[in-house]
Design a protein around this ligand. Structure first.
Ligand SMILES: Cc1ncc(COP(=O)(O)O)c(C=O)c1O
Length: 450
């Protein structure tokens, strides 16, 4: 007997929200090199991470494989619509005429519209118990700023967001949402920091970049002892917090007796993809899963596919330590693609090691084909993907089209695109460009790692 709707949407009960985050660091095929102090070029001490609170620095360097999720955080995850559903894109399979099964984890169901709440909640919680009163951050597309704004509201903290000017002007409703949650929002470069004023005096129409906005956020924290900095991607602790995505997906696929042959995600700094992929990679490293892992980035910001593995700054002004990562250089001028969350110059340290060791295969795609895939998905499955997430969708479609057998393709739909309609309007009017002819100044990258 067939059961109505069986296997189309796989939900978990609320009490199945994972109790632990999975830390991949002890399972990496080689140790992650330490950050360097740019003045001495020696390993930076923990005080170089002064802009984070103590409890998150402990997580950053932890070698524990599992870290318990506090009850307050799990409870707030329920408000963020966790556990999120795993959905089978059956109409898409039929449209493509593929024998493959396509599943996606839908993080866009969260009130903040993306996976970013998973770490925002955790970071607000730990900062609060460490006595911090205000969090300061940067945001590109606005997804991260929105998530942190709500998280701060939930834990009664103040929040200041530097939003890259290009996104700020393209996505006015993101700003409204952040302000609605109680944050103060500045278009970056702004005139409220010394670094912002310097950039504006040199280039009055500067479109902003994540690197510049990070520098402004860190400068703000430096001048206010009650504030700390909060980051939405790249670091070990952010990726750690996201691993609830993959842990839930493993249980959900078990409910329909499936294991993935492909695990796919888009990569800005790496957090949503790590969140989905790392719990599955743990199975692969233990010899229990034979899947291929594919990360997807824009050709306009090709850190994995054309960048180098090097020590580089996290920000443009060079205020952070040097981090070991794949990078296109902290001075890279990011083309104005609509996937604002994929415009960062560097990639997560742990993911860089996995790519270097061929455990993750990186691919790069063009903006126009990303929007083609997103349009198809909107019409066929009904969900408008965030332009970032549509990179993963496109790769899933490419694989499904070539499938000759019943393979299982899993990808992360990291967010919805309902506040990205400006980009969609440009696409529908035929004005969207590919932005793929980027030049990388390899000489500006401080120190290559062999
Ligand atoms: C919906 C969405 N997906 C993906 C990303 C990329 O970031 P990450 O690689 O950290 O997941 C962003 C970043 O803002 C985002 O908003």
């Amino acid at each position: 007997m067939t059961v109505f709707g069986e296997g189309l949407r796989i939900d978990l009960p609320v009490d199945e929200i994972p109790k632990y985050w999975y830390n991949i660091v002890p399972d990496l095929p080689e140790p992650c090199p330490p950050p360097l102090d740019p003045k001495t070029m020696k390993p930076a001490g923990l005080d170089s991470l002064w802009f984070f609170p103590k409890s998150l620095i402990e997580q950053e360097i932890s070698q524990e494989r599992y870290i318990e999720i506090p009850d307050e955080v799990r409870e707030t995850y329920v408000r963020m619509a966790r556990p999120t559903p795993l959905i089978r894109a059956k109409r898409l399979e039929e449209y493509l005429g593929t024998p493959a099964e396509i599943y996606y984890k839908y993080e866009g169901i969260s009130p903040v519209g993306s996976h970013k709440g998973n770490t925002a909640i955790a970071q607000a919680y730990y900062n609060k118990i460490d006595g911090v009163e205000r969090l300061v951050t940067e945001t590109g597309a606005g997804q991260w700023g929105t998530a942190l704004s709500l998280a701060c509201a939930m834990f009664d903290m103040r929040c200041t967001v530097f939003m890259t000017r290009a996104s700020h002007d393209q996505k006015p409703y993101r700003r409204v949402l952040m302000e609605l949650y109680g944050s103060e929002v500045y278009a970056s470069p702004s005139n409220v920091t010394e670094f912002g004023r310097k950039i504006l005096s040199e280039t009055p129409n500067h479109p902003g970049s994540l690197g510049v906005a990070i520098s402004e956020a860190i400068e703000t924290v430096k001048n206010d002892p009650k504030s700390k900095y909060s980051l939405g991607s790249v670091t070990n602790f952010v990726l750690l917090h996201q691993t609830i995505i993959g842990q839930e997906a493993i249980k959900q696929l078990e409910l329909v007796d499936r294991k993935p042959d492909y695990v796919i995600g888009c990569v800005g700094g790496g957090s949503n993809y790590a969140g989905l992929a790392y719990p599955f990679l743990k199975e692969k490293l233990a010899g229990k899963l034979d899947a291929e892992f594919i990360s997807v980035e824009p050709e306009a910001v090709p850190s994995f596919t054309r960048g180098v593995y090097a020590y580089d700054y996290g920000d443009t002004a060079g205020m952070t330590p040097l981090f070991p990562m794949y990078t296109v250089g902290h001075n890279f001028v990011t083309p104005p693609i609509h996937a604002g969350g994929l415009r960062y110059h560097g990639k997560a340290y742990s993911m860089s090691i996995l790519v270097k060791n061929s455990l993750i295969r990186p691919v790069a795609v063009k903006q126009r084909e990303v929007f083609d895939a997103a349009k198809l998905f909107s019409r066929i499955e009904g969900i408008v993907p965030a332009p970032e997430s549509a990179h993963a969708l496109l790769q899933a479609i490419k694989i499904a089209k070539n499938s000759k057998e019943k393979e299982v393709i899993l990808f992360n739909m990291s967010g919805h695109g309902l506040l990205d309609l400006g980009g969609y309007a440009e696409y529908l009017s035929g004005r969207i460009i590919n932005c793929d002819a980027v030049s990388i100044n390899y000489d500006s990258i401080p120190m290559k790692i062999s």
